[in-house]
Design a protein around this ligand. Structure first.
Ligand SMILES: C[S@@+](CC[C@H](N)C(=O)[O-])C[C@H]1O[C@@H](n2cnc3c(N)ncnc32)[C@H](O)[C@@H]1O
Length: 213
């Protein structure tokens, strides 16, 4: 997805949001936070979370809680969700937003803090651990996930039609190189990986840990 798009503003024309998602979007608007997951990604997170009912779900990069709210809205309180945000102000605001959700925990700090809380059934790598940025060492899925567990990364822009990597710029204007993440997740021997479009100009990688449960 093009970097200069205010992704939070893509919710302006969406009316059928779960109440918690609406509250998170309003928080993002109040905090002038443009990087919320897009509505299509939110719906995908909702579906993936519903498939892990009763399990453990992690997210790196809480932002203003929009993606987390989509997932929380999809599961019962038997499902544990833990999200980590490096920005103290956003982490504190999200703690207030999810204060009534006893199954949700928000950590403040670097994404690696979630690792000891795993292994997870689902891990959303939205703020570290995906391996898109120089210096963002991708997560070790054998440490992060149960066998059969899934990671998801969004903002795979440009979409797959521009594969192979040689035809793409190395980095976008935010210092992200989605091909670095593609190389890691598609070539990881422990993962079954795919990528698909969720929006005309955005894609997502979904990768599941191989093995016999
Ligand atoms: C794309 S936004 C997250 C959007 C959010 N997940 C949503 O669904 O609306 C990325 C967030 O990751 C946070 N972040 C960046 N690096 C991080 C790190 N190393 N550890 C934890 N959070 C990080 C940023 O502060 C930012 O709030």
């Amino acid at each position: 997805m093009a970097e200069d798009i205010n992704k939070t503003s893509l919710y302006d024309d969406v009316s059928d949001l779960p109440p918690l998602v609406k509250s998170a979007v309003n928080l993002a608007r109040r905090m002038d936070f443009p990087s919320s997951c897009v509505p299509a990604q939110g719906r995908l997170l909702q579906i993936l979370a519903a498939g892990r009912e009763g399990g453990r779900i992690a997210e790196t990069g809480t932002g203003c809680g929009v993606g987390l709210a989509w997932m929380v809205s999809a599961v019962s309180t038997a499902t544990r969700l833990i999200s980590v945000e490096i920005d103290p102000e956003r982490a504190a605001a999200c703690r207030s937003l999810f204060a009534d959700c006893g199954n949700v925990e928000i950590l403040q700090g670097d994404w690696r803090q979630i690792v000891p809380h795993g292994p997870f059934d689902l891990a959303v790598l939205d703020g570290g651990g995906g391996g898109k940025r120089d210096g963002d060492l991708p997560a070790d899925p054998t440490e992060l996930l149960v066998v059969g567990g899934t990671v998801i990364l969004d903002d795979m822009h440009p979409a797959l039609e521009q594969w192979p990597p040689a035809r793409q710029p190395a980095e976008d204007t935010h210092g992200r190189n989605v091909n670095r993440a593609r190389d890691y997740w598609f070539n990881h021997p422990d993962m079954l990986t795919t990528e698909f479009r969720i929006h005309p100009i955005a894609g997502a990688i979904v990768a599941t840990r191989r093995g016999t449960v």
